[in-house]
Write a protein that binds this ligand. Sequence first.
Ligand code: HEC
Ligand code: HEC
Ligand code: HEC
Ligand code: HEC
Ligand code: HEC
Ligand code: HEC
Ligand code: HEC
Length: 357
Amino acid sequence: MENAEIVIAITTDQSGIVRYDQKLCADCHSSLSKIGLESSSLGNATDFLENHPPFKVSVLEMSPDQSWDVSRLALSSPDLIESSNLKFPHDVHVSEEGIEGLDSVVVLTCDSCHVAEKGGLSMKPVTMEKHCADCHQLTFDPDAPDRVVPHGSPKDLLQQLEGYYAYEFFQQEGQGQDPQAKVNAYNIERLGEQRDARRPGRRRDRQVINAPMFAQTASNAMTLRAKETIDLRVADAAANLFERQTCTICHEISPQEGDVPWKVLPVKLTDDWMPLAEFSHDSHVSMDCGGCHETETSADAADVLMPDIKNCQECHGGEHSGDLLQSTCITCHKFHLDNQEPMTAQSLVSSKWCACG
Ligand code: HEC
Ligand code: HEC
Ligand code: HEC
Ligand code: HEC
Ligand code: HEC
Ligand code: HEC
Ligand code: HEC
């Protein structure tokens, strides 16, 4: 009796009698509606080469309350976009001609930013500090190209700027200069000028402006004139950072009410595009990354660069394939999925699940 055979196979895996054949899965997956799943959104599958649905991917989307929802979309869907709130064009960064680096033009390779976790199931996260900061330095004032702000919270950043400009103000005053004159000159010079540079400058000797600077100056009594001057410079530098030059290169930024009038929208990069299957980069190290991910021509982080089933079918066939790698369902899928009812004897023999009426 076929049913009993399945039960034995699955429930006796400690004795080593485990079935790996695709029929085990195909009994149900040949027709999910026949086993009572009228509303299943899953396509049927009986053999990887001959009958398996095209892949879908899980994409994240931020809802208005800024939590993240996952939806499953076909790779061919016109609605398929990645909306991580991070901007990043692969094409210019991985160009064969290279890209301007700290001192010279460098050729970035995929592993400059993507390194597989142990086991190869996913990639280590890409971060600003590790993978972007050398080239994209967070300068804020063209008059002080060697100063940068730390990467992170806009609120802290405004505080750092206040500290920095207060420090500068008292330094200049101490040297007998008139800081207000400098502000006036600065603003006239830049009146109406659109500074939308595509990338801030880079220098080796950059110095992060920091809290001690602030502490040092906080003890100075603030005159009204000092405060006004400092506020002006902070506002100008902040607008420059958030709206024109620096943060906005990589981030989606929206205006908001309050002390900090800019919000950096949360960034969330997908790390599991195909959660229903297991794919290991380690088993495919000999392949070129570009064979599966079309990055060279991607100018927008919104592009989804995941391979479709046709790509895998160049090498992987079904269980009985003659000239391709013989792959059964559990080459790529776990026995069943964690969030599914376990495939116990109970679920298999109940009439609802029985595929062999
Ligand atoms: C007893 C029937 C049965 C057998 C045998 C079976 N499945 Fe399933 N499988 C199901 C049902 C039912 C679902 C859920 C469908 C849904 O939620 O729409 C499912 C879902 C899945 C999914 C999608 C997971 C998800 O969360 O939606 C995958 C992948 C899958 N099965 C793979 C397999 C593989 C591989 C095997 C063989 C090792 C297998 N199944 C054997 C009935 C079965
Ligand atoms: C300078 C760093 C950097 C380099 C170099 C780089 N990437 Fe990326 N990659 C990113 C960032 C940032 C993201 C997330 C934003 C996005 O989706 O574009 C990403 C996302 C991805 C994704 C998943 C997102 C998707 O849309 O499918 C793939 C696949 C990928 N990169 C492949 C590659 C390959 C292949 C190369 C080499 C040709 C490469 N990357 C080189 C930074 C880099
Ligand atoms: C080796 C240096 C280098 C690294 C590393 C680097 N970039 Fe770039 N990036 C550049 C240069 C140079 C440009 C300007 C390219 C151009 O416009 O031709 C640029 C342009 C950009 C742009 C497009 C700006 C525009 O106006 O089109 C974005 C967005 C960006 N980088 C994000 C990132 C992110 C995110 C990372 C890290 C994951 C990163 N970059 C890592 C050098 C680098
Ligand atoms: C060259 C690209 C780049 C620039 C320029 C940049 N960031 Fe980022 N930022 C990133 C990346 C990549 C992440 C996500 C990974 C990480 O945290 O490093 C991020 C994450 C963040 C986060 C966390 C967001 C969240 O909720 O997950 C904040 C806040 C932030 N950045 C603020 C800023 C501010 C403020 C500026 C301008 C001073 C700035 N960033 C400039 C690349 C950049
Ligand atoms: C070479 C690898 C490979 C083999 C072999 C394979 N699959 Fe898949 N399968 C995948 C990948 C990758 C996905 C997409 C994963 C995702 O959507 O998260 C997928 C998706 C699925 C889905 C979800 C379909 C949908 O509509 O979204 C089901 C069900 C499934 N496979 C069942 C099977 C069954 C049953 C077999 C055996 C007859 C099998 N697969 C063989 C790689 C494979
Ligand atoms: C045989 C096809 C194939 C090759 C070759 C390949 N990938 Fe992938 N890659 C995939 C698949 C499939 C996924 C989706 C896996 C998942 O999310 O479950 C993926 C996911 C990714 C992701 C996003 C997931 C994450 O954890 O961030 C990045 C980035 C990535 N690959 C980079 C690379 C790089 C870099 C190389 C070259 C060293 C490479 N890939 C080679 C098929 C491939
Ligand atoms: C150029 C040929 C080639 C392509 C294309 C290819 N694979 Fe493979 N794959 C292999 C080889 C070779 C192995 C190793 C087989 C072995 O070790 O028995 C393998 C192994 C695997 C394994 C088993 C991992 C393990 O070691 O346990 C999975 C899962 C897999 N591939 C999934 C995929 C998916 C999904 C795709 C498409 C996105 C894909 N492969 C595309 C050649 C390929």
